[in-house]
Ligand binder design. Sequence first.
Ligand SMILES: *Cc1c(COP(=O)(O)O)cnc(C)c1O
Length: 349
Amino acid sequence: MERINQLVRANIQKLQPYSCARDEFSEAEGILLDANENPYGSNNRYPDPYQRALKERVAELRKVAVDQIFVGNGSDEVIDLLFRVFCEPAQDKCLIFTPTYGMYEVCAAINNVEVVRLPLLENFQLDVAAAVERLSDHSIKLTFICSPNNPTGNAMKLCDMEQIIQASRAIVVVDEAYIDFSGQPSRTAWVERFPNLVVLQTMSKSAGLAAIRVGFAIANESIINWLNKVKPPYNVSTPNQSIALQTLKNYEAIQQNCSSILAEKGELHHQLNALKSVVRIYPSDANFFLVKVTEAIEVYKALLHRGIVVRNRHSVISDCLRITVGSTEENKLLIETLQQIENEKSTVY
Ligand SMILES: *Cc1c(COP(=O)(O)O)cnc(C)c1O
């Protein structure tokens, strides 16, 4: 894909990627004396560098081609690799819509890439007009849209995302870490239509596998090939590939688990709403709520003191806490503790 290749950094275009022993013999059959492995043991062989078995299952579930999938050591690895492929340090830029996931800025800083920040509108939707205007700057090589967005919780309007993807001459990333909790269908449906679109998904949230660090990029084959050239050869370990695959084999269990979380979410919303200290619960398409409370820092500290950890987002949206939907028991304890905190406060005054 010529258009994509032209966006790739010159040094990456020239890169002769590391050729690992298993590139040539993927089947891992026969007498393997090619990779200096130890002949003894059950974890003695290097992993499949291209995670073929796992990708086949993802392709089936997400209705995309195997060649349109990249597997990363968490989606965080993919974010970093995208910077390394497409952004010339100290020259190119990225565009983000704030407040959003913190890793985009951290990866930009590590790669010495300037960040253009556009605030989300008051309803936390994308400012399309401002984005289109900024995208006339062709040094913006990566645009990140997080949908559903962390920490606000809302999914972005499809027509807004579409306009931004069309307006960009470079890469647009739609981060779908929370898509399985949302009623909105995945943007993987647009991968055929938009060669510059990268959809990020992860097994850390809806699949309950944050510990194993498996995330995906789903995109045009040409983008996937560039990511493959730059990634560490054995970026996802064999046990992690295997746990991911086993979990995806029983996709119904993942869906059931998501449904229970969504049921808990409804109950939690109801309970939070009844609290005096809760000023506002923002609409959520994810497995968490952004909640405006009276004096967020105080509530945050009081919860922490009682062993309940929520995310203090006061510095990005004033008086807001981000609260993950937990188990029935955890949510019950959260509500009881918040009630206690309210009661103690009212006796002091
Ligand atoms: C949690 C989260 C991720 C997940 O990252 P992993 O590295 O796959 O665990 C990605 N993007 C957003 C917006 C998130 O909130």
